[in-house]
Ligand binder design. Structure first.
Ligand code: SF4
Length: 404
């Protein structure tokens, strides 16, 4: 299984109700205007966003209205973040490819409501940048929007990394004592939203909170985009209502659930869900009863019965160790050590589990960002879910065939 492939131009799957792609594929300004009409008035926009319950779609699921409320002054800069550092994520690039005007609309609406003089920036991967630039040339109201190319690193999509990049520094996370809504770009209040979040803002501004809540659940209203990849599935970007079950998302893209051994939900910092729990619902945050599957930035990776989840996880841990931004000791030293000890233990060579578990327990909370936390959580999840595979490795076999 290849984990880091070049970005393809993924077509949005039409299998579920489509809001974000309602103007059709490659929606230019004409198609966009025909489907959505002009920009709406911004009177009461923040209250409407609060009523809608919209949360950020970049992974943190922080309420959009609460982030706006946290501003200590008019935002001097408003950023649409399409950096998408997660290698398996295609949703932001796909959204920018097929519906760039919706993202631009959301950015302009927030600026009109909060500070018409704000600096406006969209940061995106290279193929997304081309689409945004083309869309901006098609309209007169986006001339002042800057477009920046995101650095191609796992941690460069983190909010403080994006702000660092805009300041001309390497796009790496920073340990900020203050939130960006207090001190961001130029040390002034800054709003940063994922580009999918902005597209939802554009729709909520037009159709209202009740319309947004008419899909999804009270806890996870509206829709969200998923990047779905895996054995025999290919790559898909799918729009689903909040609260969708994993199994329904998989079947919507043509996957056979009986051929699935497990899914990694939430991307490289996510958690493994075994096949017997595919009926779990996707949740915006970890559910208190551990019954749901936190969707993070919307990435789902499915592995078949002949793919070893321990080996896949080992590859991801090696990748994540190499993606450390090199700033914090526990991350720089700890993640390669974790990847090595995990590999020794998962292969069945090292039977003393305490060596890897000691790192899994002590690494979280010791970096400037959550990279060590997410990496340790992935290792924990794999060693908890793939216990039968662990036994097979110790016996010299594997679901992929002979082992060692
Ligand atoms: S924890 Fe790791 S990735 Fe995060 S800032 Fe520190 S060195 Fe960089």
């Amino acid at each position: 299984m290849t984990l880091t492939t070049p970005l393809p131009s993924v077509a949005p799957s039409p299998a579920m109700p489509a809001r974000l792609f309602a103007a059709g594929p490659h929606a230019d300004a004409t198609l966009h205007a025909a489907r959505f009409g002009p920009l709406p008035a911004t009177t009461g926009l923040v209250a409407t966003l609060r009523d809608s319950g919209l949360t950020g779609r970049g992974g943190g699921a922080f309420p959009v209205a609460a982030k706006i409320d946290a501003l200590t002054g008019p935002p001097a800069t408003i950023i649409g973040n399409g950096s998408e550092g997660e290698p398996l994520s295609r949703k932001d690039a796909t959204l920018l490819h097929h519906a760039p005007h919706l993202v631009i609309d959301g950015l302009l609406l927030l600026a009109a409501a909060l500070n018409p003089k704000a600096r406006l920036v969209i940061v995106a991967r290279p193929d997304g940048v081309d689409s945004v630039r083309h869309a901006l040339r098609e309209r007169a109201d986006g001339r002042d929007i800057e477009v920046r190319v995101a650095e191609d690193r796992f941690v460069s999509g983190e909010a403080t990394a994006v702000v660092a990049g805009l300041a001309g520094a390497p796009a790496l996370p920073k340990d900020h004592p203050l939130h960006l809504t207090q001190r961001g770009v130029g040390r002034r209040p800054t709003l940063l939203f994922n580009v999918e979040t902005l597209a939802h803002v554009a729709l909520i501004g037009r159709y209202g909170a009740g319309w947004f809540r008419s899909l999804g659940t009270p806890e996870d209203p509206g829709t969200r985009l998923l990047s779905i990849n895996g054995d025999g599935i290919g790559e898909h970007v799918l729009e689903v209502p909040g609260g969708t079950r994993i199994i329904d998302a998989l079947t919507a893209v043509g996957a056979n659930p009986d051929a699935v051994q497990a899914v990694l939900v939430g991307g490289f910092h996510g958690r493994w869900v075994p096949a017997r729990h595919l009926t779990r619902s996707l949740t915006p945050r970890p559910a208190p009863d551990a019954d749901g599957a936190p969707v993070g930035a919307g990435v789902i990776l499915a592995i078949g019965v002949e793919t070893c989840g321990l080996t896949v996880t080992g590859s991801i841990l090696e990748y994540l160790a190499a993606e450390s931004a090199g700033q914090c000791g526990p991350c720089v030293l700890g993640l390669p050590r974790l990847a090595t000890r995990y590999a020794e233990h998962a292969s069945g060579q090292e039977v003393d589990a305490s060596r890897v578990w000691q790192l899994i327990e002590t690494l979280p909370g010791r970096g400037a960002c959550h990279h060590p936390d997410g990496t340790a959580a992935l290792a924990r999840s794999a060693l908890t879910v793939f216990t039968a595979e662990l036994d097979r490795h110790r016996a010299g076999t594997c679901c992929e065939g002979p082992h060692r």
